[in-house]
Design a protein around this ligand. Structure first.
Ligand code: FAD
Length: 287
């Protein structure tokens, strides 16, 4: 099923992101995580893609195939294009078709220092335009409530997001954020720009100090004072930061669900306990 269908009856979705095993690891190393995540019956599970290009994509496709065939849950495959040629994208598209994958989160990918990107695709919207002209997938696009770090300002960011939607992105999936006000402001800006694709909020509970620091340096998201206090107080106690970070994330989700959010996507970091706890806490709000 195409993920865009889910939003036709204004359903609020709950979905998860997972990272496939690395190139030289056993594919089965993710089975236990998948067993738990799929038992929670999410609306879809997205599978990340290495930014290095097509040589890293096998485990992404294999994990997506397993999600579909073994668990009958809809997979969304992340696909980055900066380091892929059109021929490589065609090869991946055929593998995805053979695996029954219908949904692609079309991404540009990050620039890798000292590696010359290939020239076929400059932006995610180029990938969507190219694939849409040849294949019948549902395309999702990434969006950034606090602006993409390379955007000069939010006006440019929203202008390019609108181009991405016009090129065929039917659903938008947001970067993680810890202050819902950024998301609400972003929704408002999209409305003003006539961007009417459903916008799914990306949430990553801050369950470890090092993980949080890594995400902040990678994505440049803001840590609100309340979360900063939590991390300073409990950061060195593994159990305490897990509980406090989960509580913070769950209250963010409940606040989003009581507002006008189309869906919530959990960055599980392959920790199924995160998804399990969230599912049980918000069960009554989402169904
Ligand atoms: P784009 O939409 O192409 O935008 C990139 C920048 O270019 C933005 O600043 C945009 O405003 C600007 N821009 C767009 N069009 C134009 C134009 N016509 N002219 C001038 N400027 C323009 N990375 C991975 O490697 N693997 C993953 O699996 C992965 N999953 C992700 C999932 C989500 C939900 C998100 C939010 C990000 C993910 N990323 C992943 C990271 C992503 O690849 C990076 O954020 C990347 O830098 C931008 O990708 P994009 O698709 O948003 O780019």
């Amino acid at each position: 099923m195409k993920v865009s269908e889910l939003y036709k009856d204004k359903k609020k979705t709950l979905s998860f992101e997972i990272v496939p095993p690395e190139k030289n690891s056993e594919l089965s190393s993710i089975d236990e995580t998948l067993d738990i995540l799929c038992e929670l019956n999410p609306d879809f599970i997205s599978v990340t893609f290495g930014t290095g290009g097509s040589e890293n994509c096998n485990s992404t496709i294999e994990v997506a195939r397993k999600i579909k065939e073994k668990y009958n849950i809809e997979p969304v495959v992340h696909l980055t294009c900066l380091n892929c040629s059109k021929a490589e994208i065609d090869l991946i598209a055929k593998q995805l078709q053979q695996s029954g994958v219908q949904n692609i989160l079309a991404l540009r990918g990050d620039k890798i220092p000292n590696i010359q990107a290939k020239n076929d695709f400059k932006y995610a919207s180029d990938l969507i335009k190219y694939m849409k002209s040849k294949y019948n997938f549902c395309f999702l696009g990434a969006c950034y409530p606090e602006c993409h770090p390379e955007s000069e300002n939010s006006v440019d960011d929203i202008k390019h997001l609108k181009e991405k939607v016009n090129s065929g992105a039917e659903v938008l999936l947001s970067q993680l954020f810890f202050d819902n006000n950024y998301f609400y402001d972003f929704q408002e800006k999209c409305k003003v720009a006539d961007i009417d694709a459903p916008i799914i909020a990306g949430i990553m509970p801050a369950i470890s100090k090092s993980q949080l620091e890594k995400m902040v340096s990678l994505c440049g998201v803001t840590i609100p004072p309340q979360l900063e206090r939590i991390v300073n107080k409990f950061g060195s106690n593994k159990d305490a930061i897990f509980d406090a970070g989960m509580s913070y994330g769950i209250s963010q989700i409940i606040d989003l669900l009581t507002s006008d959010v189309d869906g919530v996507h959990i960055y599980t970091m392959n920790n199924p306990m995160v998804a399990k706890r969230i599912s049980s806490e918000i069960h009554n709000f989402i169904k």
